[in-house]
Design a protein around this ligand. Structure first.
Ligand code: TIU
Length: 227
């Protein structure tokens, strides 16, 4: 079976039971001129994850494994936006307000959508989520169950917020998660480091941490075996 060097120990996966989950690679978080940058963040820290994630996405497509994309955001009427989330940060321009790339984190707006480099292909499920975790108030668990998926390879942003929350949700639901350190990113270098430590500590309390360079050959092999 494909085996990936990882911490705390190797990650062994079955191609037919593994999915690639790319978390919230949206313009408003990742692109210059988006919401994230408007909040004062250095988006170049997030952009570092784009190229390696694109390589993993390409390899996953060629290997024929299930690919899921997620987007954080809300209905245009904001009926699914908790008042607490709207109020948090006391922002002059916050979720639902007109921002540099359309209404901030509102479905259908330019800034809410996934960056061009990682655009979903036809047939790849896109899961819209109102929270930080991709399981809360979404069909993700049902989608994974229906495809008999038991393991997740996780990329996306930000490492300590939506990636960590999603991995924790997945772990409690019985999924094994491999987080690719170079395919996840944070606006805060210290949080990037510690968020990955938290996942793999205590024997992999939430999952595994690896990197794309070690995964890519195994995806190519997975394809060869399946062909
Ligand atoms: N996707 C995601 O992580 N949403 C956030 O709001 N992240 C922050 O780091 N703020």
């Amino acid at each position: 079976m494909p085996t990936v060097r990882a911490e705390p120990y190797e990650f062994v996966f079955q191609p037919e039971h593994v999915a690639l989950v790319i978390v919230d690679m949206q313009r408003d978080f990742v692109d210059p001129g988006g919401f994230g940058e408007a909040l004062g963040n250095d988006v170049s820290l997030l952009r570092k994850a784009v190229a390696p994630t694109a390589r993993v996405l390409d390899a996953a497509r060629k290997a024929g494994i299930l690919i899921i994309h997620t987007r954080e955001g809300h209905r245009p009427d904001l009926a699914d936006l908790p008042p607490s989330k709207k109020a948090r940060g006391r922002l002059a321009t916050g979720i639902g307000d007109p921002g540099p790339m359309g209404r901030i984190l509102v479905q259908g707006e330019y800034g809410h959508d996934i960056i061009d480099d990682l655009r979903p292909a036809a047939g790849e499920p896109v899961v819209d989520k109102p929270g930080k975790g991709a399981f809360y108030a979404t069909a993700l668990d049902a989608i994974l169950h229906s495809r008999d998926i038991r393991q997740l390879i996780v990329c996306g942003v930000t490492t300590e917020v939506c990636v960590n929350t999603t991995v924790r949700e997945a772990n409690d639901r019985g999924y094994d998660c491999l987080v690719l350190a170079d395919c996840v990113a944070s606006y805060f270098p210290e949080f990037q480091r510690v968020a990955l430590e938290m996942i793999k500590a205590q024997g992999g309390i939430f999952g595994w941490v690896g990197n794309s360079a070690d995964l890519l050959p195994t995806l190519a092999e997975a394809k060869r075996v399946a062909a």
